[in-house]
Structures are given as structure tokens and as C-alpha cells.
Design a protein around this ligand. Sequence first.
Ligand code: MG
Ligand code: MG
Length: 313
Amino acid sequence: MLVTPNQSAQSTKSLSLGQRAVGAYVGLAVGDALGATTEFLTPREIREKHGVHDRILGGGWLRLKAGQVTDDTEMSLALGESILARRGVEAAAVAEAFSEWMRGKPIDIGNTVRRGIVHYRTTGESAVAMNEFDAGNGACMRSLPIALFYCDASHEERMLASRAQSHTTHNNPLADAGTETMVEMVVSAMRGLDKSMLETMALSLVSRFPLYRFDKRRMENPSGYIVETLRAVFQAFFSNYSYQETLIDVVNRGGDADTTGAIAGMLAGAYYGEEGIPHHWRESLNTKAMLACRDQALSLLAQGRQKYTTQDR
Ligand code: MG
Ligand code: MG
């Protein structure tokens, strides 16, 4: 077990579902903005340049403004808008939303994501074929709106929605399993489950796909391969006791740091709530992104609750 009791652990017991939902979305954007500075650097290069990287500075290979977010947050917002407009995931509407987002010439876009959107534009199909090389983290990084809208839906319905949004660009069993586990972990964290329960969920993924083992070697320089991404996220989340410590740990590992920051940020944000995210980080975040995330978190939660608590399951 990686989880041990710690006196300095942030208290999370009294948080409401709404505080946790907003925490998850703002946590995602803060992690993205924080990690973008160290994306593609090695831990050694980060130490030489920043000592410990712990401020939202912008820069990085994308030359961002301080507080600017990247595709991780933007694609989540595009997915969320599509869900709100259709009251659920409709693959064609999601593919169209991603295509529209790409039309706006985003600051960054993953190769697999681009390929999936081009496939949709040229064929009209909203799912790509299974591909053993598509085990990237691009579907996982934008999966938070699924956890929010389908929070009260059945597990099966939530998994179908997760798969439909994922397969617009990524269709791979390993990536699906990682993304679905993360969605379930975020839902459970929003419901207030403790860390040992969340760890059981991560270990269940490991038992099905042993590549995800995260108890051995420290995962530094995690690539965009979902296995490396989630190993770094699990290690950081389960060995730290606050949002701040978790995020500083994961973004100082370098590699795909905006995405490990975004995924660790949504999980830790759901667990520690909005107030658990350092005030100076929330203040540094681009205001428009911050407001969009807060607003969408509450809208997705409310619309999903309305749909799934008023209809027969
Ligand atoms: Mg990014
Ligand atoms: Mg990235």
C-alpha cells in the first residue's frame, strides 16, 4: 500500500459534490497551465532551469502566456459543450465539436487527435478503427466531462459514453481501460471515497493490464503513452497528501507534463476540492478559462443529475 496516514493531509470530509466538481475542472486547468512550462523537459533540465517548478509562469516550448491553458483543457471544454447541447454524448456531435475546435487553430494538438479529426472530416465517421499504436493519453486528458455529466448514471452508461468520446480519435483497449479507470476514480473521488478505495480501483486496472504497475520504478519523463502517463499520475496522487504536493511532484517529472498535470489535477481537484487548490495558482490561471471551467463543471453536474435522477435506470 502506498497510502499511509499523514497528519498534514488536507481534510476533505466536509466537501460538497459541487465543490469537488469545480475542484476537478479548475484542478485540470491549473495542472495543464502549470505543467505546460515543463513539457518535454527532463527532470534534470527542470532542476537546472527552475530548481523546483512550482509557479504558473507560461513559457515552455509553446511559449505560452502565464496562466494560458492548452489542448487538454480546451478539448475538455469542447466535449463538455457538446454534451450540454445534446444532453449526453453523441459521437457525431462530439467529433463535430472537436473538428470545430481544430478549425480555430489551437496552440497545440496531438498527432492522433489530428488524425481522428481528419478521418471524421473526410469520411463522416465519428469513430476511428482499432489501432494497436493509438494508446496515447489524448482521450483520457479530456475525459472529465464524462465523469461530471454521468456521475449519477449507471456504470454501464458512463462507460459507453467514455468509449464513444474516446473513439472519435483513439481506439485502443489499453487506452480505453486507462481512461475508463480514471473516469471511475474521478466519480468516486467526487462522491467522497477515501484514497484506499481509489487505490483499489487503480490496482484493479493493474490486475487486468499489468503494464500499469506503479509500485516499482519512479516514472520520470512520462511520455504521451497512456501507461506512462497514468503510472506517473498514480505515483504522484497516492504518495502525496495535498493538491499542491501532488501537482508539484508530477510536473517536475517532465515529459508530457501538461497532460500529467491535467489528469493528476482533475483527480486531485475532485479529491481535495476547489479550496484545496492553492489560491495563487487559481489567481494565476487565465480568467476566461477559469470561468469556463467553473461554469461548465456546475452545468454538467446539474444537467446530468437532472437527467439521471428523474428517469428509471
Ligand atoms: Mg496540452
Ligand atoms: Mg501534453
